[in-house]
Design a protein around this ligand. Structure first.
Ligand code: BGC
Length: 462
């Protein structure tokens, strides 16, 4: 009987295969809208050209710096590309935390902090006298004008620094470095984390032509036929498109599957009305959805003898990592409920586990619908009856959750039966992948020559 009551709360989160197919059809239309010359301005799914065309080469070499901003931490890396051995070697790296106040402060403060962290790293590596080329993995939606000119469309995830939206991020970084005046950098290549992930998987599997992130945020990129990218000149070949699928639904197209809990998560976020799809899927929000459900069920006397706790009533206190831990075993569930100050019994622990499972399943199945849409698009683009392709994947939700990847893969098989998809977990796409894009850009970045082609080198990591 209890389960029947519980199911009433969970039912709106259970998406049937039919519903997922509908979602996929909607996304398919949105991809086309985002690619259109005149329709892209209003498109919820931005479909941003990246100026990356992937073709293996392998002649790149040299030392590079890489910056990685957009996930849980900010990282600086020093990377060596070794031509003879076709290897990308991470020489050293440093992690700098970005305090919450800074994520919500001014852009100047943020970029000064980045420049300081980079300065300290260069000092420690004795690299201050050199001007190394730099790959900047900046994992936010950017309208890329060239490889080194990238305008932030809007902040997502936990960031909301003033004075950055609408600005060229490369310029802001260089200005911060020049304000210090104690070191300089060489040419810059801007990279979205999905692109770095795809590129970094390309060496192991050359049919890797999709990059997907399911971490703090979610997004994917893929290789599109240039002739379909109406904003970019050219008829032949392919270009990597950063879909920014997190924005799917921002025009109301997902209204029928949004629950009252999703609405609350959106309204209490720092960017209401924005990144609807991401808020149903990614690590920044899943814990909060579960927390809101548990509070409601406790208030309705279905859990914890009708009692809550201060921790459970505090936004953000139920972390997304708890979902993975709870689903991993009932013992974990009990420990976490105790730590949250809840008065639980064994049935409560089982119900909480069921809630976590429902929310993470919905996330995996929605991702599957979106990935199936992209794979099917690639297949149809190429006039194939059957497509064999590889997806480079990264992100804490995908990596850490006990059965997220299996659930996602099972649903993709049903939604894209004509696509045979291999999943490859990336090895530091945001770090080494960015250096790789920069290395390629360097090779063909002759003075006076507009960079519009980037070739994917075949490298082997060690
Ligand atoms: C950003 C994307 C990014 C994704 C994964 C989203 O919030 O808009 O650019 O790729 O998070 O990090």
């Amino acid at each position: 009987k209890l389960l029947c009551f519980v199911e009433k709360y969970l039912e709106p989160f259970r998406l049937s295969l039919e519903k997922l197919k509908e979602v996929s059809v909607r996304l398919k239309k949105d991809l086309i809208r985002g690619l259109g010359k005149h329709s892209h301005h209003r498109a919820a799914v931005k479909m941003l050209p990246t100026f990356v065309r992937a073709t293996p080469d392998g002649t790149e070499k040299g030392d590079y710096l890489a910056l990685d901003l957009g996930g849980t931490n900010f990282r600086v890396l020093y990377v060596r590309v070794v031509e003879e051995q076709q290897k990308v070697v991470k020489m050293d790296s440093k992690i700098c935390s970005i305090p919450q106040e800074m994520m919500l402060g001014t852009g100047e403060q943020l970029f000064d902090h980045i420049a300081q962290c980079l300065g300290e790293f260069l000092e420690s590596q004795d690299l201050k006298g050199q001007t190394l080329p730099l790959g900047f993995t900046f994992s936010f939606p950017c309208e890329q004008k060239e490889i080194d000119k990238s305008i932030l469309i809007r902040w997502t995830k936990g960031f909301s620094c003033s004075g950055v939206e609408g600005q060229d991020v490369v310029k802001l970084l260089k200005e911060a470095i020049h304000r210090r005046g104690d070191y300089d950098i060489g040419s810059v290549a801007m990279v979205n984390d999905t692109v770095g992930t795809m590129m970094s998987c390309g060496y192991r599997d050359q049919s890797c032509e999709i990059g997907m992130i399911i971490g703090t945020g979610t997004n994917a990129c893929y290789m599109e036929e240039i002739k379909n990218v109406k904003r970019v000149e050219g008829e032949d070949g392919r270009m990597c498109i950063n879909t920014e699928w997190g924005g799917f639904g921002d025009d109301g197209s997902l209204k029928d599957i949004l629950t009252e809990f999703d609405e609350v998560v959106d309204q209490t976020s720092i960017n209401p009305g924005v990144h609807t799809f991401e808020k149903m899927i990614s690590g920044m929000y899943l814990g909060e959805i579960v927390r809101l459900l548990l509070v409601k069920m406790a208030e309705d006397k279905l859990l914890f003898k009708g009692e809550t706790s201060e921790a459970l009533l505090t936004p953000g206190q139920f972390e997304t990592k708890y979902i993975s831990e709870i689903e991993d075993g009932l013992e974990n569930a009990q420990k976490i409920l105790t730590a949250l100050g809840l008065n639980w019994d064994p049935v409560d622990a089982c119900v909480v586990r069921l809630v976590c499972d429902t929310i993470s399943s919905r996330s995996a199945r929605l991702c599957a619908a979106a990935l199936a849409t992209i794979s099917n698009r690639i297949r149809v683009n190429r006039g194939l009856d059957h497509l064999k392709t590889t997806v480079g994947v990264d992100g804490t939700v995908y990596r850490k959750h006990p059965n997220f990847s299996e659930e996602l893969q099972a649903a993709v098989r049903l939604l894209a039966p004509k696509c045979d998809i291999t999943f490859l977990v990336s090895e530091d796409g945001s770090g080494k992948g960015a250096a790789m894009v920069t290395a390629v850009a360097q090779r063909i970045w002759l003075p006076g020559c507009m960079l519009s082609f980037i070739f994917l080198p075949i490298f082997v990591y060690i």
